[in-house]
Design a protein around this ligand. Structure first.
Ligand SMILES: O=P(O)(O)OC[C@H]1O[C@](O)(CO)[C@@H](O)[C@@H]1O
Ligand SMILES: [Mn+2]
Length: 453
């Protein structure tokens, strides 16, 4: 336990200082592997940089690699975390965050890779990769993770086609079906979207993790691995927003996706968003992505646009039809893509209202927020060592701009909102249940239910 900035007593942050913990193994093994792959990717693209920028491209490649090798060395030898020097728009807030961390260890310990919160140092690594590239024009805008993200999209082609074919049949029927039937489709597509999160490239340090089989066929077998299933509450939220819209009490009916990974997962997000709009459950969808390459496979604006273009260009009738529809939604403003520097900060989400009030206010307008993936879950629950039976709303520590739901497969040792005994039973059956990506949660919280009407 530790006291936070406001003096509240909260469990301590997960950290690599606990030798043998998942955080420790990640910082010791997985992060250096990711950095080595980044270095290798830049080196492999040397000729491309030469063709595009001549000798300057080669110099930039060398300089970037030398900064990244230095970074890897700092990490592996547990050096202090350094302030950023690139002057980018978010550099000051990163540096202030470092000072905050230094303040919290009260001068007794340095803020370093193995001693500080895992969430902080892991996010910081991706920001330093950004710095190494940024300091080396002309390759400053190069996305070192692009190859992996596009590969994972192409390796999931069969599954994407199967999903688009399924959606085609659903879409034809949504106009004149019962609410029960609509709900059944919703549940299926919500679960596809949930399991899409299995396909990230960070947990596997970049090794292929794509979806190979039909995502619809596997749902039934996967159901037992959903540890918390609040999909009823998610459905009720959507239905009551629709009713308010129909009775003229609200106008838009907005669902926001806080995106996670590109590749198959993004396609599952787009399919669910398409369903919400085409069935009238939502009038508008906002997607929130990252403003620079992040955690190997996370979606940037380029990935978002590229995925829609590729889907449109596919040599498969139902897939290309979906892509065309998605492009239409974007053109008409029914769908919109947003990024905000807060999503690539190390902050827990309970900091958002104070540290990014504009983003918090923007999310308050939504009827439902869908937070995709493991890292978003870690940030929702503050990446702290909570007891498994603590309520989700306790772990959110006041964060709740609108009703929200986390769709997450478990890849880090944090999980709240379980039944008494559920965690210990899982630990005895499957010791690595929190990190193996086999289990998932659909976990909901609504600030409205706290209000005394
Ligand atoms: O893409 P996701 O689901 O957020 O997962 C990111 C992964 O990276 C990690 O931060 C580990 O490096 C885990 O929390 C998680 O396995
Ligand atoms: Mn991710």
């Amino acid at each position: 336990m530790a006291a936070d900035q406001t003096g509240d007593v909260v469990p301590s942050s997960l950290s690599a200082k606990v030798v043998g913990s998942f955080a420790y193994l990640t910082v010791r093994d997985r992060l250096p592997t990711i950095l080595t792959k980044v270095i290798d990717t830049i080196h492999r693209n040397k000729n491309k940089f030469f063709e595009e920028y001549g000798e300057e491209g080669i110099q930039a490649e060398k300089q970037t690699i030398s900064l990244l090798s230095k970074l890897r060395n700092e990490l592996q030898t547990d050096k202090p975390i350094l302030a950023l020097t690139d002057g980018l728009e978010d550099a000051d807030s990163w540096n202030r965050y470092l000072q905050r961390q230094q303040g919290q260890c009260g001068g007794q310990e340095v803020v370093s890779w193995f001693k500080s919160p895992w969430l902080y140092v892991e996010c910081y690594m991706y920001r330093r990769i950004r710095e190494a590239l940024w300091l080396n024009p002309p390759i400053s805008g190069y996305d070192v993770f692009n190859e992996g993200k596009t590969r994972s999209f192409f390796e999931s082609q069969q599954a994407i086609m199967a999903l688009c074919t399924y959606f085609e049949a659903v879409d034809k029927k949504t106009e004149d079906i019962s609410e029960n039937q609509l709900r059944e489709y919703f549940n299926k597509l919500l679960q596809v979207c949930l399991w899409g999160n299995k396909c990230d490239l960070s947990i596997s340090a970049g090794v292929d993790n794509s979806q190979k089989i039909s995502p619809i066929d596997s749902l039934l077998a996967l159901q037992t691995f959903i540890l918390v299933d609040d999909s009823d509450a998610v459905w009720s939220t959507l239905i009551s927003a629709r009713q308010q819209r129909q009775s003229g009490k609200r106008s838009s009916g907005r669902v926001d996706f806080v995106l996670d990974n590109a590749g198959f997962e993004l396609v599952t997000d787009l399919v669910l968003a398409d369903f919400l709009v085409s069935s009238g459950l939502a009038g508008e969808v906002h997607f929130h992505g990252k403003s620079f390459p992040w955690f190997v496979s996370d979606v940037t604006a380029e990935d978002f646009q590229w995925t829609i273009r590729q889907t449109m260009a596919a040599n498969h009738r139902w897939m290309s039809q979906r892509g065309l529809r998605w492009q239409q939604y974007v053109k008409e403003g029914v769908w919109s893509y947003h990024d905000h520097p807060f999503w690539t900060q190390p902050n827990e989400f309970c900091d958002m209202a104070a540290d990014a009030p504009d983003l918090y206010a923007a999310l308050q307008v939504a009827d439902l927020l869908l937070f995709k993936g493991d890292l978003n879950y870690r940030k929702l629950a503050g990446d702290r060592d909570w007891d498994h039976t603590v309520d989700f709303d306790t772990a959110l520590r006041g964060f709740g701009p609108a009703p929200l739901c986390s769709l997450r497969t478990l890849k880090a040792n944090i999980q709240v909102g379980l039944q008494p005994g559920q965690g210990s039973k899982l630990s005895s059956q499957d010791p690595d249940w929190m990190t193996c990506g086999k289990y998932a949660v659909i976990q909901f919280y609504s600030p409205n239910s706290d209000r005394q009407d």
